[in-house]
Design a protein around this ligand. Structure first.
Ligand code: HAM
Length: 420
């Protein structure tokens, strides 16, 4: 039997991981400037956490969760997203205690049983951030501008920030009814999915990808025309601050998001270079989630982006794995070089050099070929003559220049050439 990875999951191989590490390092350098600190939450949680927060009638909860009973009979779910877990941790660890905004980010795998296709996986990775404890529109805009700055640092082009307001509990229920009645006039033309769900979740008709629903959605009533005063004021301030920050955006009145916890600002960043799954990032405000999970009233704002989609969009000029190149490649010749070669590698690595070597210790020619392939800057040659004289030969692979290196002061003598 040939064992293979499961459909919809993929290995991230060493030749690609360096791109991920770079993306993550930029996140680690930019997010703290805005006050975000990393949190690591578990990959699995009590199933009820997700059904209560993401919403019983969402696609994720209805058909995409990896849920199983563990050996103790508890219902466990592999996290389909990170916000619910961060909200749970926030409450569990009373992170609301200092009366300021708690800002956290996370990086890790999420699991959704979706139909695999380009850009859509069953295990995918997200970078997410959550700012918890303020309803100020400044938080919405700081977080969105931080994201855009992050994308700019990564060299991402051709992405669009789309925003909308989903109102709040005072105005959304009325709007839902207005929307439902408007949708009912087109029931015979909706896709099956929308026909089945419009009563429970009419907002999803607005962003349904089926062509016939898209046509109908164009003329359905818009949430932003039915906002109460607080939501309208909030949305106006968000736009004003985005303008001040010179962050370009478009208003997409059909943007609704696939998770139920959102209110007021919702946003997505999309790219035309991604195909059907064009969202790189999604997020928004969720002011009632923490309270619904039995925590104190805590208005929040956050987003998550898909790392696979993001990495596929970054224009890496030089698509060569930089982790492969070593500083020094050891060329050890003959049996007598076995122990000195081993000692040299050990000493040089302890001194902080990246050392490659050929354990089979083949001919000079074959070791030099491997050295070339390893993209090393220098080779260190240790053969019978070098052992007898106590001087190893260091060769600069670009210039061909050679230097004798005292074997008993190896790392300090080599540093002069390799670090220069
Ligand atoms: P989401 O829109 O479900 O939001 O996911 C965010 C991003 O994760 C998407 O824009 C996409 O890039 C990526 N993504 C989602 N599903 C897949 C998939 N099956 N395969 C590959 N990539 C995928 C959330 O998860 C919210 N928790 C975001 C949030 C944080 N809202 C507030 N705070």
């Amino acid at each position: 039997m040939k064992l293979q990875s499961i459909r919809g999951v993929k290995d991230i191989l060493p030749d690609e991981i360096w791109k991920w590490q770079w993306v993550e390092s930029i996140a680690h350098s930019i997010f703290p400037l805005y006050g975000f600190e990393e949190i690591r939450v578990p990959i699995f949680e009590d199933t009820r956490l997700f059904s209560r927060s993401i919403g019983e009638t969402t696609d994720i909860v209805e058909k995409e969760m990896y849920t199983f009973e563990d050996r103790g009979g508890d219902s466990i779910t592999l996290r389909p997203e990170g916000t619910a877990s961060v909200a749970r941790a926030y409450i569990e660890h009373k992170m609301y205690a200092p009366p300021s905004v708690t800002k956290m980010f996370y990086i890790g795998p999420m699991f959704r049983y979706e139909r695999p296709q380009a850009g859509r996986l069953r295990q995918f990775y997200q970078i997410g951030v959550e700012a918890m404890g303020s309803q100020s529109p400044a938080v919405d805009v700081e977080v969105m501008t931080m994201l855009i700055e992050f994308f700019r640092k990564l060299g991402l082009k051709d992405s669009t920030l789309q925003i909308n307001s989903l109102g709040n509990k005072n105005c959304r229920p009325q709007y839902r009814e207005i929307l439902k009645s408007a949708i009912e006039k087109h029931l015979d033309k909706l896709c099956n999915n929308c026909t089945n769900r419009y009563e429970r979740n009419p907002l999803r008709v607005l962003d349904c990808k089926a062509e016939q629903c898209g046509e109908i959605a164009k003329n359905l009533p818009k949430m932003i025309d039915h906002l109460d005063e607080t939501s309208a004021q909030h949305f106006a301030e968000v736009q004003q601050l985005l303008d001040i920050a010179k962050t370009p955006y478009t208003i997409n009145t059909n943007l609704v998001r696939g998770l139920d916890y959102y209110n007021m600002t919702a946003f997505e960043v999309t790219s035309n270079n991604l195909g059907a799954q064009n969202a790189i990032c999604g997020g928004g405000r969720y002011d009632t989630l923490v309270e619904e999970l039995s925590g104190p009233s805590t208005p929040c704002f956050g987003f998550a982006l898909g790392i696979e989609r993001l990495v596929s969009l970054i224009p890496f000029e030089n698509d060569v794995n930089p982790n492969k190149a070593c500083d020094i490649y050891l060329v050890c010749l003959g049996d007598a070089a076995k122990i000195p070669g081993f000692q040299a590698a050990h000493e040089l690595r302890l001194a902080g050099f990246k050392v490659g070597r050929d354990y089979e210790m083949g001919s000079m020619k074959s070791q030099m070929r491997k050295a070339n392939k390893s993209d090393c800057k220098f080779t260190l040659i240790i053969g019978d003559n070098e052992i007898t004289s106590g001087k190893y030969v260091l060769k600069n692979m670009d210039s061909g220049e050679q230097h004798n290196i005292e074997s008993n002061t190896l790392s300090s003598s080599i540093g002069k050439w390799v670090n220069s």
